[in-house]
Structures are given as C-alpha cells and as structure tokens.
Write a protein that binds this ligand. Structure first.
Ligand code: AGP
Length: 369
C-alpha cells in the first residue's frame, strides 16, 4: 500500500497532486488546436442527436452532481442549450417529464452508483438519448448508456473524490466546446482561446498546489471549528458546495455551501467571531459583488478565508487569510479554485486524526439505494 501511495501519506493527497496529469490525460488526443477541432468519438458519432437536444438533463450524485452544476453553467454559456441538473435519487422517483428530444448526461466516477443507474434506465425507457461520463472503464453505467466519454483520471482510491471532479469538468468543457463549435454559438477565435487556455490549466493547477504549506497553516488555525460556511457565485457556486462536502466527509465538521448572494437570506444569521467563512473571490465572476459579501461577513466579525486571483489586493485588505490561484477564464476557474479547498479539508482531517481515505459511514461507490 505504501508503494501504491507513491510516497504520499494518503491516497487522497496523492490524487490531489495527480490532478495536473489527470487533466492532461483527459484532454490528450481530444484537443487538436492546430486543426481547430475537438475529437470525442461518443459525441462525434451522435453530434446531430446531441446538438438538436431541446434540453440537457444532467443526473448524478454527490461530487459528480457538483461537476454537473458546473457543467450547467458551461453548456448554457457556450452551447446555449438549456440544462437542468438533477439528483439522480430524486429524478428516478419523480415521474420526470422527459422525451426523445432530451439528452440525459449521467456523470459517475465509479460508474456503479445505484441511483444514477436507475435514473439512466428511466431516461432510456422514456426515449431520451443517454450519454455517460465515467472514470471506470467498462463500468455498469458506461455499458448502459448510448454513448459516452471517459475521464481517464486513473484509479481514484480515496473515498473523497478529488481528481474525478476536475476531470469530469474537463471532459464536460470539451463536450460543450465541441457542441458550441458545431452549432455556431462560439466564434472560431473564442473556440481557439478556450483550447489554448485549457492546455495551460495543468500548469496552473500545479501552481495552485504550491500553496499547500500555506494552506496547512490555515488548517491548523481552523481545525477546531465546529461549523464552516463556503460561498461562491456563478461557476464557483458549485465549487463552494464541493468544498463544504469535502470538509464534512473527511473531517466531520459541519459545513454548508451557498451562493454568496443567498447569504443575506438566512445563513448570515450564523456569522459570529467563531465562524470561518471560505469565500471564492476570483477576479472575474461578480468580483465586486463578492467583495461586498465579504464586507458583510467582516462587519459581523466572521473569519474570512478567501480564494483569490494571483496579485489580488482588494480582498487581501479585508480577509483574514488569502489563498491565491492563477488567473484563468471564468468558465475554467473551478478547475483551480477547487484545489485549495481540497487541500484545506485534507489538512484539517489529518490534524484531527481522522481516517482520510476511508471516512466513517462512507463507501467509494454507493451501489445500494
Ligand atoms: C465524493 O467525495 C463522495 N464520496 C460521493 O459524493 C460521490 O461523489 C458520489 O457517491 C457519486 O459517486 P460516483 O461519482 O461514483 O457516481
């Protein structure tokens, strides 16, 4: 097992550090910028069916559901197809309105999640075209879907999903870009700009990982917190949910993720000097609005840990701690902002002596209802 961990103390940490390579593996061979194309067999072979979809419905659970929420923003922005994101467990029991005009995308790292599998069966019965995004090759979901794309993240052993999340977002970004190109909802130059930026993401993830030691020090300050709030907007709202889930899963600290602007509709009541609030405040993406949310937290004496763009000065003046990530396009920022949140929960859980790779009550793949 020590050998499998490749010198890291835990699989989770190894998998966090594998993300630059995992993301490159996801796009390798698929992006051909010199030809101005993206090649994805599962999409290529069904391009008319998918691009003519009246609606895309994404079904998934847990972290994969969070990747689906990020994809909702990406698909709607780039391909202009309306997207709904559903918990597979709710979708399957709701007698949902689906037809052959819909495309359902099922996202699952393991490809074995029972609720997602049942949602796929239901969608198929109703005539929808079902596309799978899985990591495990040959898994049940990859076999039950009409077509799909693998994430190629390599085995994920830690129960808390890390590289599966960022590679799912990568694959879904490629798919959205490909559809956008086909449908003419993106200009050639914008398409090329996206491909070039995606190629730079592995290096930028590597840079984000360089804050590890700084994040460990922050973890040491907040490890005894009993609650934690995570806030983000737009593309980074799902990242806030994912950050909170990571903390809950492995450290057993109660955490909630919220869209930053929703804070004033309730969660703000929780804020006092005991409450750490993690805010994703990257320069693009409603920056000024998030800054004003930070001011509201500060005036209530909450402790602010802000994820900011390299070189940010405005938030630095307000926050108790800042963690920098490299600048990127807004749609790709979840691939970077997620990294410090993974590391923060990891270090807190280790400091609390928790079983990071196999947290209590959780299984890597949930094959029961
Ligand atoms: C993530 O950290 C969780 N352990 C869990 O939410 C997981 O993402 C969920 O069970 C879905 O699994 P899947 O991607 O294998 O379908």
């Amino acid at each position: 097992e020590q050998i499998e961990k490749g010198g890291f103390d835990h699989f989770m940490l190894k998998e966090i550090y594998e993300q630059p390579n995992a993301i490159s593996d996801t796009f390798r061979g698929r992006m051909l910028p010199e030809k101005g194309i993206i090649r994805m067999a599962g999409v290529d072979n069904n391009i008319e069916r998918i691009s003519n979809a009246k609606r895309i419905i994404i079904v998934a659970c847990g972290t994969s559901w969070h990747a689906g929420l990020v994809a909702e923003y990406i698909f709607e922005e780039l391909a202009r197809i309306p997207v709904e994101v559903e918990y597979a467990s709710e979708f399957r029991y709701r007698n949902p309105i689906i037809s052959e005009k819909d495309v359902v995308i099922a996202i699952s790292q393991s490809g074995e999640t029972a609720d997602t599998m049942a949602a796929i069966q239901l969608a198929r019965e109703k005539g929808a075209f079902v596309f799978g995004v899985c990591n495990v090759v040959g898994s049940s979901i990859s076999r039950e879907t009409h077509a799909g794309a693998y994430t190629h993240a390599g085995p994920e052993i830690g129960v808390a999903s890390t590289k599966a999340f960022t590679t799912q977002i990568t694959v879904l970004t490629l798919m959205a870009l490909k559809l956008a190109k086909h449908m003419g909802t993106i200009s050639n130059s914008d398409f090329q700009m996206h491909l070039q930026e995606l190629e730079r993401i592995p290096d930028k993830v590597q840079k984000a990982l360089n804050s590890d030691e700084h994040i460990r020090k922050i973890a040491d300050i907040y490890k005894d917190a009993t609650n934690c709030l995570y806030l983000g907007r737009g593309f980074n709202f799902p990242v806030a949910l994912e950050g909170a889930l990571k903390l809950k899963e492995i450290s057993y600290i109660h955490a909630e993720g919220y869209p930053a602007a929703e804070m004033k509709h309730g969660p703000i009541a929780l804020i006092d000097e005991q409450m750490p609030v993690v805010v994703i405040a990257t320069r693009k993406g409603y920056y000024e609005k998030v800054v004003s949310n930070i001011q509201e937290i500060k005036s209530r004496k909450g402790k602010i840990i802000a994820i900011v763009t390299d070189g940010d000065t405005e938030v630095r003046e307000l926050a108790d701690h800042v963690i920098e990530v490299p600048e990127t396009m807004e749609s790709m920022s979840p691939l970077l902002t997620t990294i410090p949140l993974q590391l923060l929960s990891y270090h807190i859980a280790v400091m609390l002596g928790k079983n990071v790779d196999q947290p209590r009550n959780l299984a890597k793949s949930v094959t029961v209802e």
